[in-house]
Design a protein. Structure first.
Length: 299
């Protein structure tokens, strides 16, 4: 069943505030000034399911915005209309209000999941909780695919939610745990999760291949400990450092050779000698004409 409609202009007198709350005068005045200066940043949310009961929409969230519009003598207000039961409407109201006070990330993720299960689209949830659709999808991924121990680590603030979201994209639960332990131990940071994942996957493939060769009944489960991961990362880093050193050495040698040849081809006496010996044609290596490297040579 479709539960959400488009944003429309609704007459304020057609909206019923179910659970009115007192407003802080200073914050309310600031809200009014902001709407007057910048306009409404996000629409209110109203429920259309119970119009037949009292002839009005029931407000889900946005009481302060309605009162600000009334203060500004506005008759209508942009509203996202939903068609949900009162329990779902209450969850939506709690979610919208809680996002202002930075709720615990797992609680927020669970609310997002509940709204998705009620039939609401990601885009409309983003409007309600005042987050981008990308952020909403990230939290949904965390709560739907995150290993329970990973979620516990977020709840206990051992892992930042940003890192946990990146880890939750990994479908292998054991690999999620290894990545989480690596973050907790400071072995790497959130920006390096993708690279470390590749290292682990390569290592796991190597272990699986070796296990298959041994054909041992007691070989046990394939696991990669933090210490083994630490050694594997160090081995990779050492390999990369060696590659960089060799690349720089080769680059220096090529630079010296190029500079020497350039000076040589700028020497008029030497050019006269090779021209006299009819050595003016460059050899071709692998089909490349080397003359393009020395444009100063006389033709």
């Amino acid at each position: 069943m479709k539960t959400v409609r488009n944003v429309v202009e609704i007459k304020i007198d057609r909206i019923k505030i179910i659970n009115p709350r007192e407003r802080d005068p200073a914050k309310f005045a600031e809200n009014v000034a902001s709407i007057q200066r910048l306009g409404l940043k996000r629409p209110i949310v109203v429920n259309s399911r119970f119009i037949k009961e009292h002839g009005k929409y029931e407000l889900v969230c946005g009481q302060g915005r309605i009162e600000a519009f009334q203060k500004l003598k506005r008759d209508t207000i942009p509203a996202l209309t939903v068609d949900v039961d009162r329990e779902t409407a209450l969850i939506m109201s709690i979610a919208e209000n809680a996002t202002r006070s930075m709720p615990p990330p797992i609680w927020f993720a669970q609310v997002v999941k509940g709204l998705v299960e009620s039939g609401m689209s990601i885009d409309n949830i983003a409007v309600i909780v005042d987050r981008s659709p990308v952020v909403v999808r990230d939290y949904l991924t965390l709560i739907e695919h995150g290993d329970r121990r990973l979620i516990n680590a977020v709840e206990q603030q051992r892992i930042a939610v940003r890192a946990a979201i990146a880890i939750s994209r990994e479908p292998n639960g054991e690999l999620q745990q290894l990545l989480a332990k690596g973050i907790e131990s400071g072995l790497f940071d959130a920006n390096e999760i993708s690279a470390v994942r590749k290292i682990i996957q390569n290592r796991m493939r190597f272990l699986q291949a070796n296990q298959a060769k041994k054909e041992s009944k007691n070989s046990g489960r394939l696991e990669l400990s933090i210490e083994a991961l630490r050694k594997e990362i160090k081995r990779k880093l050492d390999k990369w450092d060696d590659f960089i050193r060799r690349s720089r050495r080769n680059e220096n040698q090529i630079t010296i050779l190029s500079d020497s040849c350039t000076r040589l081809f700028e020497d008029s006496d030497w050019l006269e000698v090779i021209e006299a010996q009819k050595l003016t044609e460059f050899p071709k290596l692998r089909g490349d004409d080397l003359s393009v490297l020395f444009p100063t040579m006389k033709k």
